[in-house]
Design a protein around this ligand. Structure first.
Ligand code: GLP
Length: 242
């Protein structure tokens, strides 16, 4: 795991945007695992500008998102589908056939999750899996205690995560209590993983992760320690306790 402090939010976002852009530009059939969250907003802004500025052909790009709230209307502004359309898909003209998010209101969620996982296995591994991180070390919505061999499934959110994500909703009671998330094994089915961590709230978990030498099931991000190609990109605030 390689940690890099790139100073500002802008430069850290720029580094990640350029790495994704190069993959989209130069890999024959680019396959990306994508993430949401406040952390990614500037990165998607920069990535969209790069693609549009260079008139990049994205017709062969295919993406799978890490997670989605469960039982939230697809058109709800807080669904991750809405987030992705607004921040990235609609800006660059990615079509519905090209992007995938876990199903959020399915009648047979188990079957849909298995299908999502199977599609990833068939098309993968990802060229790059993009990740944010929760203050409790979660990746996707894999909360502390998640087995490292987990796959796409329905998960219960912790109080800590509901609290942290409440800022996007009108009332805390509106935050869904369940989500569908790729598992840790799904996330690791990737040639390269890039984690982006910005801001001082992420400093304690960054310091903890940096000093870990063995993975611990209570810190889901530490499951990445044995993956051969992981970069953790930080701004100075996220890195300041290291
Ligand atoms: C959510 C998402 C994660 C994301 C995390 C951090 O819980 N499921 O994928 O990494 O929050 O979000 P933010 O970037 O808003 O801090």
């Amino acid at each position: 795991m390689k940690f890099m402090n790139l100073g500002s939010r802008e430069l850290a976002s720029h580094y990640v945007a350029v790495e994704l852009f190069k993959t989209i530009q130069f890999n024959g059939d680019p396959l990306l695992g994508l993430a949401t969250g406040g952390t990614m907003e500037e990165m998607y802004e920069q990535l969209s500008s790069l693609i549009n500025h260079h008139h990049t052909d994205i017709s062969r790009l295919e993406t799978f998102n890490l997670d989605e709230y469960f039982n939230i209307d697809a058109n709800d502004p807080n669904s991750y589908r809405s987030y992705m359309k607004q921040q990235f898909f609609d800006k660059v003209g990615l079509t519905e056939a090209q992007y995938h998010l876990p199903d959020n209101d399915s009648v047979d969620v188990e079957a849909d999750n298995m299908h999502y996982e199977a599609m990833i296995r068939q098309k993968g591994p990802f060229d790059i899996q993009l990740l944010g991180i929760g203050i409790n070390g979660h990746i996707g919505f894999n909360e502390p205690g998640t087995p490292f061999d987990s796959q796409t499934r329905i998960v219960e959110l912790t109080e800590e995560t509901i609290e942290a994500n409440a800022r996007f909703f009108e009332r805390k009671e509106d935050v869904p209590v369940q989500a569908v998330s790729m598992g840790i094994e799904t996330i690791k089915y990737s040639n390269r993983i890039i984690m982006l961590a910005l801001g001082k709230k992420k400093a304690p978990i960054m310091a903890k992760l940096y000093h870990m030498t063995e993975s611990d099931i209570q810190v889901p991000a530490s499951s990445l320690l044995d993956h051969p190609h992981v970069e953790v990109i930080m701004d100075a605030e996220a890195a300041h306790l290291i």
